[in-house]
Design a binder for this molecule. Structure first.
Ligand SMILES: NC(=O)c1ccc[n+]([C@@H]2O[C@H](COP(=O)([O-])OP(=O)(O)OC[C@H]3O[C@@H](n4cnc5c(N)ncnc54)[C@H](O)[C@@H]3O)[C@@H](O)[C@H]2O)c1
Length: 292
């Protein structure tokens, strides 16, 4: 299998731009793709701001920041991914959408390119089946925010070849991150444990056991979590949280994974958390204000 040098990233949202950031900082050539150039530009602006913060904290130099930004090429067409050695899909958490992306993108990719999904929960085996290369398909699940988080979960589908897994492991190590291996079960390891806790926090709010502030303070100070579960849900994105709970509920057929109706209501309102400025907190003012 060819060396991985050029990385294509489909989706320039909070995960896609974070993955582009760490790949470019590690010296990889990156093509960052989204539906429109406006969305790609917005992703690039986030990377620029985050790298500037890293320069201020002496994590990278100004020269390294400029060189890394120069390595990221904006793209609004899959054709520009044709010479990539690895393409990582980081589009919204919807199986139908991801399947459509693979069906459209795979025909233009190099036959030996590896294709990966950053999905938080969806079956890698099922996504692989929507591609023309299930043996060169793998789950590479980065954590949010990508530049700060050390872990990357690797998930093999039933057909993933050993050399694909080895190449993915080498790639993750080149980013100075730590890979772990999870079996291909709904939501893998991290979100299988984390999301039911967040969903339970939302039930706690729904049943009136505590306010947003009380629940987050209780878990920060009482369980020593770095941030409260409702703040974390806003950070992940409530649409993503709901999709993961739906995958757990359907995939494991157990009522303990039933998404909280209040989570459904927030998503229906378009209150998706930080990315839309409103979720369990309202971020439009100077300091976040609880919405319940
Ligand atoms: N948010 C998290 O904490 C987190 C953590 C790990 C993994 N993930 C996973 O990463 C993926 C992306 O999540 P996110 O938080 O970055 O979401 P996001 O909403 O911030 O970004 C999704 C991006 O995908 C783009 N997109 C949609 N359809 C597309 C298409 N056909 N082609 C190209 N781009 C398209 C959207 O325009 C948007 O910019 C999801 O699968 C999610 O489950 C999220």
């Amino acid at each position: 299998m060819a060396d991985i040098r050029k990385i294509g990233i489909i989706g320039a949202g909070q995960m896609g731009n974070g993955i582009a950031h760490v790949c470019a900082a590690a010296g990889f050539d990156v093509r960052l793709n989204d539906l429109t150039m406006d969305k790609v530009r917005s992703g690039l602006a986030t990377i620029n701001g985050n790298m500037a913060r890293q320069v201020a904290k002496d994590i990278m130099t100004e020269e390294e920041r400029k060189a890394a930004l120069d390595r990221i090429h904006p793209s609004d067409s899959y054709d520009t991914l044709a010479d990539c050695d690895l393409v990582i899909e980081a589009a919204s958490e919807s199986e139908d959408l991801k399947r459509k992306i693979f069906q459209e993108a795979c025909p233009v990719l190099k036959p030996d390119a590896i294709v990966a999904s950053n999905t938080s929960s969806i079956s890698i085996t099922r996504l692989a089946a929507a591609t023309d290369r299930p043996e060169r398909f793998i789950g590479i699940h980065f954590m949010n925010p990508v530049p700060l988080m050390q872990l990357v979960e690797l998930i093999r589908g039933i057909a993933t070849a050993d050399e694909t897994y080895e190449a993915a492991k080498t790639f993750v190590s080149a980013l100075n991150k730590t890979p772990t291996v999870s079996e291909d079960f709904p939501a893998f390891i991290v979100n299988r444990i984390l999301l039911p806790m967040i969903n339970e926090a939302i039930y706690t709010l729904y049943e009136g056991v505590g306010s947003v502030e009380a629940i987050d303070t209780a878990m920060r100070l009482g369980a020593n979590h770095p941030m409260g579960p409702l703040q974390l849900a806003d950070f992940i994105g409530l649409d993503t949280c709901l999709s993961i709970m739906q995958v757990l509920h359907e995939g494991l057929a157990d009522t303990k994974y039933r998404p909280c109706p209040l989570l459904v209501k927030y998503v229906e309102a378009g209150w998706l958390g930080r990315k839309t400025q409103r979720g369990f907190y309202d971020y439009r003012g100077e300091t976040p204000v609880p919405t319940r």
